[in-house]
Design a protein around this ligand. Structure first.
Ligand SMILES: Nc1ncnc2c1ncn2[C@@H]1O[C@H](COP(=O)(O)OP(=O)(O)OP(=O)(O)O)[C@@H](O)[C@H]1O
Ligand SMILES: [Mg+2]
Length: 418
């Protein structure tokens, strides 16, 4: 492992996507919880599929390049990264915990809050899974719901509702190992959707009810917010690369050409078809000239885009959160959301207002506009996440990753004994 000089006042976010690995380095302002992006780099990576590492050597080499190029851009080195994870090996559900305040003063302390959240995460988990996050949604004091910060208040019964995200231990360890092999330490693995949500979903949208949809290359994340907290999250193994593949097959061209013409000329809704321009490219052999009409491309793209948002609509229906999102609507991010007409297609299928997620200018500062693109929202969200003062249950925010399984088992045995 390369020996690196740590610059304590810098924070680095590493988004290991299915097509690219992106590293952003920023300077946090602890007093305001904001971050200034100093620079970054994004490199192509073929070692990850749907959030899971399939080629550790390739992924580690790409991670090294991404961080080193970001370091060169910034003119400083980092040794630790906040690591974004995603993929359908992540699962989530809600749970509730309760804790009796038996003391005479009944004033709730941060330790009581930790205890109640601890009781909420006491759930049976199979040995191959582990808890990634326990996000408090809201506290109740003596059955009175809706208390955001209970510390200092009085009650005899403290309860908490939480959103728990679990991960496959093997997949999580593989991505952590990848970063280790790349020469860096992981401060914490963070569910990319939650990090992007902190960046893109405003407090009002979280309160009223809205859904964040991250359309990546091979994964789609859904996050439903309501009453100020995340209520539901889901990873679905579909993404914009499916459109690329459809185009490659349908037009008999290479994946690289299909991706390029998708990005440059793709349209996901008929209302965006202005005339019917010709697109010149090459066939699968890279030599035979091909002339394709934009409407022909749209004919291939449309069914897949409709399928993607129908899957989202169906999932929201099945999860019974379809009505919850009506007031705030849908916020789109991820590279796949950049295709022209995607907002219109999503609106037609989901039946709610849809917009692109835009990072709040008060939270992140950057001189380079490109880092504000939906392609980098997870990396930017990770930077913001890392820049926040350490969040814990008492602040009603994310909790750090649990102890490793073996340590938890030993702790449980010790608790039983003493
Ligand atoms: N301007 C654009 N128009 C259309 N599609 C785009 C555009 N830019 C990127 N894409 C597509 O977005 C996808 C990549 O999105 P993103 O970078 O969010 O995914 P990823 O992080 O690499 O993968 P994942 O999040 O699924 O692990 C690719 O399919 C790419 O072709
Ligand atoms: Mg991504």
């Amino acid at each position: 492992m390369t020996k690196r000089q740590t610059k304590q006042d810098l924070v680095a976010g590493l988004d290991v996507g299915s097509g690219r690995i992106t590293c952003l380095i920023g300077a946090p302002d602890a007093s305001t919880g904001t971050v200034r992006v100093l620079g970054g780099a994004s490199v192509v990576c073929r070692g990850v599929k749907g959030g899971v590492v399939i080629n550790i050597l390739e992924a580690a080499a790409a991670a090294t390049r991404a961080v080193e190029e970001a370091e060169a851009a910034v003119g400083a080195t980092v040794s630790q990264v906040w690591l974004g994870v995603r993929g359908s090996h992540l699962q989530s559900f809600n749970n509730r915990g309760a804790f009796n305040i038996a003391r005479t003063d009944r004033e709730i302390t941060a330790a009581d809050v930790d205890s109640v959240v601890g009781s909420a995460k006491a759930i049976p988990l199979s040995s191959d899974r582990e808890i990634l996050h326990v996000v408090p949604q809201g506290f109740s004091l003596d059955r009175q719901r809706g208390v955001p910060h209970p510390v200092g208040m009085e009650a005899s019964l403290l309860e908490v509702d939480v959103h728990i995200v679990t991960a496959s231990s093997a997949h999580l360890n593989n991505i952590m190992k990848t970063v280790g092999q790349a020469g860096f330490q992981v401060v914490e693995p963070v569910y990319g959707l939650l990090a992007a949500g902190e960046l893109l979903v405003t407090p009002e949208e979280k309160e009223l009810g809205s859904v964040l949809i991250d359309l990546g290359g091979q994964s789609l994340s859904i996050g439903v917010y309501c009453e100020g907290a995340i209520k539901y999250s889901k990873e679905i193994p579909i993404g914009s690369d499916f459109i690329t593949r459809d185009l490659a097959v349908g037009l008999k061209t290479s994946i690289a050409t299909a991706d390029r013409i998708k990005i440059e000329h793709g349209i996901a809704h008929p209302s965006l078809l202005n005339g019917d321009a010709d697109v010149d490219c090459h066939g699968i052999d890279g030599r035979t000239p091909l002339r394709i009409k934009t409407s022909t491309m749209m004919g291939i793209i449309l069914p897949r885009v409709e399928e993607i948002f129908s899957v989202v609509a169906e999932d929201l229906q099945n999860s019974s959160y379809a009505d919850v999102i009506a007031p705030g609507g849908a916020i789109l991010t991820g590279g796949g959301s950049l295709m022209r007409g995607t907002i219109e297609a999503a609106h037609q299928i989901l039946g709610v207002p849809v917009r692109h997620g835009v990072p709040h200018p008060d939270m992140v500062h950057t001189e380079e506009e490109k880092w504000l693109s939906p392609v980098y929202s997870t990396a930017l969200g990770l930077l913001l996440y890392g820049a926040q003062p350490r969040w814990g249950a008492a602040e009603g925010r994310f909790l750090k990753r649990q102890k490793p399984l073996w340590l938890r088992k030993i702790s449980a045995v010790l608790q039983e004994l003493f």
